[in-house]
Design a binder for this molecule. Structure first.
Ligand SMILES: Nc1nc2c(ncn2[C@@H]2O[C@H](COP(=O)(O)OP(=O)(O)O)[C@@H](O)[C@H]2O)c(=O)[nH]1
Ligand SMILES: [Mg+2]
Ligand SMILES: [Zn+2]
Length: 297
């Protein structure tokens, strides 16, 4: 009988599959045809499997469903959203990193959500100066104090029906946020934060945690080694989504939006339609890509 499940973890050729309906967990192998087709299954894949040994809880995966998204590093399929966490202080906001991660999410067709954490450590005006830039673009921005569980309900609600990952530099408060959302009980039982003997968080491979039939949380080693390498330099501006509508006003085909004088995007910056800071960070990422290209030769 064919059953439906999702791969929640993976070590070499063994896939841990959780049944969508019964929550039963089985160790599965994949049919040889996947290898022949060059399909590598991964955490997040929705699969059809059959039970081979119900005592030992072993099965075999027969088919894999089309993926909604796929990220190579860390390897994960079907993420629908990434919550990009930055802290207002300690560590101070890394907006270059935030913009890179926004590019990364847009490139992969995954919805980015911004979470400004540690709002207790900065004044309102400063927080709004950051929030407003991103809200104007159309991004959802949440403001939280994870320690005091302030602003947590909003984040909890948007998880519904999604496979979500949290991303952000170390120390910004990801673990504290996850604890605040799920309550200490869940996490203390080791469901979410898997601690090693020294009590350190050891996320070295990717796991999915089920919240309900359509809602999962991905615990990943982190997207901090963000891969700009995959982006074609001339495509970069497309992932600064508020730039796109002004490209038609560029005079030259193949305008880089960096050096040219008669550039529609630069004009929009000078008219205050695009944030100057966002544009400056675009130029910074552009030059990083350029340097990388130069090193290739
Ligand atoms: N003041 C303040 N501290 C926070 C907040 N959220 C987390 N922290 C603290 O920041 C530190 C790092 O948090 P942690 O969740 O481990 O960050 P992670 O590395 O992103 O998982 C801890 O000492 C937390 O108590 C917050 O909203 N306000
Ligand atoms: Mg952590
Ligand atoms: Zn241009």
């Amino acid at each position: 009988m064919q059953e439906e499940g999702i791969i929640i973890s993976n070590a070499s050729n063994t896939y841990v599959v959780e049944d969508i309906k019964s929550n039963e967990i089985l160790k599965c192998n994949a049919r040889g045809k996947f290898k022949e087709q060059g399909t590598s299954l991964t955490v997040g894949d929705y699969v059809e499997y059959e039970v081979i040994d119900s005592e030992k809880k072993e099965g075999v995966i027969n088919t894999v469903k089309d993926r909604k998204s796929y990220i190579k590093r860390p390897k994960i399929a079907n993420l629908t959203q990434i919550i990009l966490v930055i802290s207002m202080k300690m560590p101070k906001p890394d907006l270059l990193m935030l913009d890179k991660q926004l590019v990364f999410a847009e490139l992969n067709g995954i919805k980015p959500i911004i979470c400004l954490n540690k709002i207790d450590l900065e004044d309102e005006q400063y927080i709004q100066s950051i929030a407003s830039v991103y809200r104007k673009i159309g991004y959802d921005v949440y403001e939280t104090n994870a320690n005091e569980k302030i602003g947590i309900d909003g984040i909890r609600n948007i998880l519904q029906g999604n496979i979500t990952a949290f991303s952000g530099n170390s120390g910004v408060g990801k673990s504290t946020l996850i604890n605040a959302i799920f309550g200490e009980d869940t996490t203390k039982q080791g469901v979410i934060s898997q601690k090693n003997k020294r009590g350190k968080n050891t996320t070295t491979s990717t796991y999915l945690y089920k919240i309900d039939e359509t809602t999962y949380l991905a615990d990943t080693p982190g997207f901090s080694t963000f891969d700009v390498n995959e982006i074609e330099i001339e495509e970069l501006y497309k992932y600064f989504i508020e730039f796109v509508e002004y490209e038609k006003d560029c005079e030259f085909i193949g305008c880089t939006h960096v050096k040219e004088e008669s550039c529609g995007i630069k004009k929009a910056v000078s008219e205050g339609k695009i944030s100057k800071e966002r544009y400056d960070r675009f130029c910074k990422i552009y030059s990083e890509l350029k340097e990388r290209e130069a090193r290739k030769w």
